[in-house]
Design a protein around this ligand. Structure first.
Ligand code: HEC
Length: 339
């Protein structure tokens, strides 16, 4: 049996309501630097390791054939996109990586990782900035788990680099400017103001704080239904992108993809998402947007079933309409910083 734990941080705040979580907070100065005259804690708790300044910890791209946006942040810490297929895991193993930390919503490929001697840890995170509890888990992971550590999200541009920054700050005492420069290097979009705020605020935790952080690291975490639906929506969308690039026909490297079926699948998953209680509870605007996106996907499916196939401009107009629905809804409900 796989170990499955339920936790997920950085949930969307629907309908303009306030989010349920705060962003990583600066620890009070007294936690970091005990005032003179006060006795410092005698015993450093097991989970804590002192910050070891690594002046050489400058992020550098690593050439890779199998992993998007692969970077080495410093000794023993890498960031990048999701490893897919054996070649990707083989590359990580060749770099000496021992632990993979996924902050993506999709369940990681634990089996392939194991075959390459790699251990997975799944700490799924959202786009709105990371709550303190999540940052503490990342901090404890990088201090405690066998390194080198590779942290990834889906494409290695936004959530993964932010998580890697939390680790670099914890490990090497990176300044807020260093952390922000790294996000810029990784290509983290400034639409994710919460991710930038998180890395600017995070400071290495005091040993006694770190000692209270749970030390169980699940291989696969349970994610909310909406996240699972979105992971599937995203898969169908990636297939449709490949289909679009192939002139709205099955791509030559994925001949089994049936264009209309992928669009139908997208519509089905969007329809399902609309019915989740968390979506219904977030207000009419979110439900309405899901309904609209679903109809747009059904329309694309209808066009793709056409014989003969409609003109490329017609298909690509519909394709773009759907793409805009994804981005607009994310901007309104997924990406805003939670304060
Ligand atoms: C009507 C709103 C809406 C539409 C339309 C929508 N999404 Fe989402 N999406 C969300 C929300 C809300 C979340 C955040 C869920 C959470 O973290 O709880 C999300 C999360 C995601 C995620 C992150 C999953 C993870 O790893 O955590 C991906 C990827 C995604 N959406 C892809 C897409 C794509 C691709 C489309 C269009 C084809 C799309 N979405 C359309 C609302 C929407």
């Amino acid at each position: 049996m796989k170990s499955r734990h339920a936790f997920r941080w950085g949930r969307f705040s629907g309908g303009g309501a306030r989010g349920t979580v705060g962003v990583c907070l600066i620890l009070s100065a007294s936690e970091l630097f005990p005032r003179s005259g006060e006795t410092p804690p005698r015993q450093p708790p097991a989970a804590a390791a002192p910050v070891t300044p690594d002046l050489g910890s400058v992020p550098r791209p690593v050439t890779s054939r199998a992993i998007e946006n692969l970077y080495r942040l410093g000794e023993g810490l890498y960031s990048g996109g999701e490893p897919r297929g054996e070649a990707a895991f083989a590359e990580l193993a060749a770099l000496g990586v021992k632990t993979l930390v996924s902050v993506d919503g999709a369940a990681p490929d634990v089996e392939t990782a194991r075959r390459f001697g790699l251990r997975y840890v799944h700490l799924p995170l959202g786009y709105q900035g990371y709550p303190e509890a999540a940052c503490l888990r990342l901090a404890r992971a990088v201090i405690e788990l066998p390194g080198p550590v590779f942290v990834h999200c889906h494409h290695g541009k936004h959530r993964g680099p932010a998580a890697a920054a939390i680790m670099a700050i914890t490990r090497w005492g990176w300044t807020p400017d260093q952390a922000e420069r790294w996000l810029q290097t990784a290509g983290t979009s400034t639409n994710y103001a919460g991710l930038y705020a998180t890395v600017r605020r995070w400071r290495p935790p005091a040993p006694e704080t770190m000692a209270r952080v749970p030390g169980d690291f699940p291989e696969v975490a349970r994610t909310p239904d909406l996240v699972q639906a979105m992971v599937d929506v995203d898969r169908a969308w990636e297939h449709l992108q490949a289909i679009a690039a192939a002139g709205y026909r099955p791509p030559s490297d994925q001949p089994d993809l049936v264009p209309a079926r992928e669009a139908e699948r997208l519509a089905e998953r969007l329809a399902e998402a609309r019915r989740f209680p968390e979506v219904a509870g977030a207000g009419a605007d979110l439900t309405e947007r899901f309904l609209r996106a679903e109809r747009e996907a059904r329309e694309l499916a209808r066009l793709l079933r056409g014989e003969p196939l409609p003109a490329t401009e017609v298909l690509s107009r519909q394709f773009q309409v759907i793409g805009r629905s994804c981005t607009d809804c994310h901007r309104a409900f997924r990406d805003r910083a939670v304060r």
